[in-house]
Design a protein around this ligand. Structure first.
Ligand code: GLN
Length: 545
């Protein structure tokens, strides 16, 4: 197994996840089996208990792990499904070590950061190679920035791994910033020099520098970085700002990054075949039409909270040959100023997932606006729950219909906890998480869009549609078009007599890929495109994606 370790310097948010997975993509298309892992230095066991304001989106894997949003990039770029083993945190490491200590697993030794914590970190990486069909290359991305106290044990573990594996099997890539000082019209190498110096103090010499920059790196700058950072000149790679993250692999390939890696590992592999990826980019850039779709949520000021939704719209846009312009609408603004003001010019509305009561009335108003005005609508998780509450209130004439998440004593909890669900105890990892099968009702919009009768989709929620109200809903025109195979849980609802009104209890955005857009997003964008070009009235039979 070959190991590539990606570290970050100078500042955060340089796009280490995109960089790591872009390299992964190039290696995969050179015929190598690649897998990728994120190691996060925070003490939370996983980001599941963190607020979206702190951490952005929580990405859920098929096996129900709540992980860092970088795993979403990994899955989308490498077109692969990852597992809980691919997301490691300090919390998990310490938890495992402490539990082993309690069981007497250290045979009386003093348990220490070196070697016990570092051994545990190393074992998490190495176990990715201990499977039936082992990968050729593992990419390990270390979260945080060099110099952080909390990432020290991770870097120390990486230093040990390099020593044990040798430079022919283990390679360090350091992502750094080369700032451009406009007044002086100069690129500055000092921050990179310092960050590499910090790495070298702990015994790590990077093999490759990935330099984020606004302007091209000229030969002088490359030579200077090479000299001061003790890196070969061809291994100073320019990572210039690009418009779309999907351009990054192409840019890295032009800079020969993948060549440097395969040469150091002495791997005899062909040039990467990136024709499909380039084709997707071309289609994205050539889209002539635009559609506006509103996303009405609570965290709209923090785009990272909706990362996978944004990407799912990009994919759906590519495959509909349109550019999707997302209009971010704060649900509380709708509550205060009315839906019309924010939604009258959009061709589609999405109400995403969320937690807590704030903004809920605005979401109900957005759903109603979409339903009554024939605007294509997709509700996700809390978006489905909002659609059900709105339907109960305004169509079934139950004015106090609500979710018991917001109103424990409510008389008509159309969204409720199931009888066997307890809500006490641990908060972490206790929701309905990961992939569950869903059976689709024939003859529905859901079947039309998916083109099959059984799908697997990923969940992250506690509350469910209350089965008591199902007969009434169906009588009044709400179609329950997807359920769990035992029919106990409502997974998809839709409204007939509408061009495209569908809501799902799961998170379709998590499974969308650039080459395989999610059918529900593709369908929404298609319906929105039809509405914006005036051909929406008969849209529904033609939605088939
Ligand atoms: N808060 C809701 C629940 O827990 C919805 C969760 C979500 O939208 N992800 O059921």
């Amino acid at each position: 197994m070959k190991l590539i370790i990606v570290t970050g310097g100078v500042i955060s948010s340089l796009g280490k996840g995109i960089a790591a997975t872009s390299l992964g993509l190039l290696l995969k298309h050179r015929g190598l089996k690649v897998t990728i892992q994120k190691l996060d230095p925070y003490i939370n066991v996983d980001p599941g208990t963190m607020s979206p304001f702190q951490h952005g989106e929580v990405f859920v894997t098929d096996d129900g792990a709540e992980t860092d949003l970088d795993l979403g990039h990994y899955e989308r770029f490498l077109d692969t499904n990852l597992t809980r083993k691919h997301s490691v945190s300090t919390g998990q490491i310490y938890k495992a070590v402490i539990e082993r200590e309690r069981r007497g697993g250290y045979l009386g030794k003093t348990v220490q950061v070196i070697p016990h914590i570092t051994d545990e970190i190393k074992s998490r990486i190495l176990e990715l190679g201990e499977v039936d069909d082992p990968p050729d290359v593992v990419i390990a991305e270390i979260g945080g920035t060099t110099g952080d106290i909390e990432s020290q044990p991770f870097l120390e573990a990486m230093r040990q791994l390099r020593l044990e594996m040798g430079s022919e099997n283990c390679l360090f890539i350091h992502l750094t910033l080369v700032p451009y000082i406009r007044a002086a019209k100069e690129l500055k190498t000092k921050p990179t020099q310092h960050s590499v110096k910090t790495l070298r103090e702990i015994g790590i010499q990077p093999d490759v520098l990935l330099c984020r920059t606004e302007v091209p790196l000229n030969r002088d700058i490359r030579q200077k970085l090479a000299l001061f950072c003790n890196v070969r000149e061809e291994a100073v790679i320019e990572a210039r700002d690009v418009e779309s993250i999907y351009q990054v692999p192409i840019q890295f390939h032009k800079e020969r990054l993948d060549d440097i890696v395969v040469k150091q590992f002495a791997l005899d592999v062909p040039e990467p075949d990136i024709a499909e990826w380039q084709g997707l980019l071309k289609r994205m850039n050539e889209a002539e039409n635009e559609v506006a779709i509103a996303v009405c949520g609570k965290y709209v000021h923090l785009r990272d909270a909706y990362k996978s939704i944004i990407e799912a719209f990009t994919h759906a846009g590519i495959h509909n040959d349109v550019k999707v312009n997302i209009e971010w609408v704060d649900a509380e603004d709708i509550e205060n100023r009315g839906a019309d003001r924010y939604l009258k010019d959009v061709s589609g509305i999405l109400v995403p997932g969320g937690f807590g009561e704030r903004g809920i009335q605005g979401k109900l108003d957005a759903v109603r606006y979409a339903r009554e005005n024939g605007i294509p609508f997709l509700g996700i998780c809390l978006g489905l729950q909002s659609a059900v509450i709105e339907f109960a209130q305004n169509v079934c004439e139950i004015p106090d219909a609500a979710s018991s998440e917001f109103n424990v004593k409510c008389k008509n909890p159309v969204i409720d906890l199931m009888k066997d669900q307890t809500h006490d105890g641990d908060k972490g990892g206790t929701m309905r998480l990961g992939a569950y099968p869903c059976r689709i009702k024939p003859g529905t919009l859901a079947e039309n869009v998916y083109g099959c009768e059984k799908v697997d989709e990923r969940h992250r929620h506690r509350w469910e549609v209350n089965n008591k109200y199902r007969p009434l809903f169906e009588e009044r025109g709400l179609t329950i078009s997807g359920t769990s195979p035992d029919d106990r849980l409502v997974e998809i609802i839709e409204v007939a007599d509408h061009p495209y009104f569908i809501a799902v209890q799961f998170h379709p955005e998590l499974k969308s890929r650039p080459n395989r857009p999610h059918p529900l997003f593709k369908g929404l964008v298609k319906a929105a495109k039809m509405l914006s070009t005036g051909s929406a009235v008969e849209a529904r039979p033609a939605i088939n994606t």
